[in-house]
Write a protein that binds this ligand. Structure first.
Ligand SMILES: CC(C)(COP(=O)(O)OP(=O)(O)OC[C@H]1O[C@@H](n2cnc3c(N)ncnc32)[C@H](O)[C@@H]1OP(=O)(O)O)[C@@H](O)C(=O)NCCC(=O)NCCS
Length: 129
């Protein structure tokens, strides 16, 4: 189920198992003298970057970005953004690990995993005198 009013971006090679839901909507509820149904609808986009795997029954709430390469365990409720290459489980979802072989955290986010970081261009070879 996708509640997409607030905008959902799903990257390439993302696996989403059954009964998962992605939500971009919530309701203002500051006033108790007005039905929640009559208060503003709030939206906040969700981004799921490339190569993520969401297990069964995962709930992704509004405003969350799940970084590239993450694994979200079955039954998790993702209330906060998750950094790339994380393994997160639980309610609320907490990062419990980082995938083996993940690039170092300071590597540019779009660098493929298990690759050396970008090298500076070859220096010109000085001419022999
Ligand atoms: C998140 C997941 C990938 C972790 O797998 P794993 O690395 O083999 O983890 P383990 O089974 O060794 O469990 C490690 C710990 O995390 C806990 N754990 C594992 N999955 C969990 C989950 N979904 N929610 C909460 N805790 C979880 C285990 O109980 C264990 O805790 P412990 O160390 O206190 O005993 C896996 O458990 C999962 O949720 N897979 C989703 C499967 C699915 O939905 N498939 C649908 C078809 S795509």
């Amino acid at each position: 189920m996708v509640y997409g009013n607030g905008g959902v971006t799903i990257g390439r090679n993302v696996l989403i198992a059954g009964h998962s839901s992605i939500n971009t909507v919530s309701h203002a509820a500051e006033r108790c003298d007005v039905p929640i149904n009559d208060q503003p609808v709030l939206t906040d986009p969700v981004v799921i970057e490339d190569d993520c795997w969401l297990g069964l029954n995962v709930v992704v709430l509004q405003g969350v970005t799940i970084g590239r390469g993450c694994i979200i365990g079955a039954g998790a409720v993702v209330t906060r953004s998750i950094p790339p290459w994380s393994i997160a489980v639980g309610v609320p979802a907490r990062v419990v690990g980082r995938r083996e072989g993940a690039p170092p955290p300071d590597q540019p986010p779009n660098q493929p995993p298990n690759q050396p970081p970008d090298q500076p261009p070859d220096q010109p070879v000085g001419e022999a005198e």
